[in-house]
Design a protein around this ligand. Sequence first.
Ligand SMILES: C[S@@+](CC[C@H](N)C(=O)[O-])C[C@H]1O[C@@H](n2cnc3c(N)ncnc32)[C@H](O)[C@@H]1O
Length: 197
Amino acid sequence: MVLEVEELRVRGLETCVGLRPVVLEIGFGRADLMLKLAEAQPERRFLGVEVSRKRVEKSARRVAAKALQNIKLVHAPAEYLLERVLPEASVAECWVNCPDPWPKKRHHRRRLVNREFALRMARVLEPGGVLHISTDHTGYAERIHEVMSKAPGLRNLHAPAPLSTDRPARPETAYEAEWIAEGRDIVYFDYVREAGA
Ligand SMILES: C[S@@+](CC[C@H](N)C(=O)[O-])C[C@H]1O[C@@H](n2cnc3c(N)ncnc32)[C@H](O)[C@@H]1O
């Protein structure tokens, strides 16, 4: 169930992943969330993209052990997948849980969520499609709100508040579980792609 990103680009999402709705998880880590969601929602196709080859390989073994047919994993930078591989309006739901915060100022340019990310997400989400982002890092949360609130066609589901502090009704990811156990506060952003935007 591991796909080469170039195969996906050339052969297309429908051929490689299946009919819509497609759920994307960016930086899935141990794939805890995707495994649970895919098990609970067999009618949906899950595509995970992760930049760490080790994590892709480990997660692929976990997917195989559960014999889940509706998960495909890609080893690639999410930026490439969003910019070059996924068609416009092709993603029904996207999860970005606990992206690396890169707390040092000189490393901020490595952050996943930035202006380009916001534009790319606005392009690939289908009308009515939802993007979820979580973080425990205050500085990153401010930046996420700043860039995402400027993305054309995306509406903040918590407006007028920038975010929610309520734990969502979904299984925890590995990092969330660890951080919650350490007493760190996680915040949640949710955006919907408006129709006709
Ligand atoms: C802090 S971990 C969170 C993992 C998982 N989402 C969770 O909550 O347990 C961040 C993950 O994002 C991956 N990652 C970082 N930059 C990425 C990128 N540009 N494209 C895809 N994955 C990325 C890392 O390899 C890592 O697995």
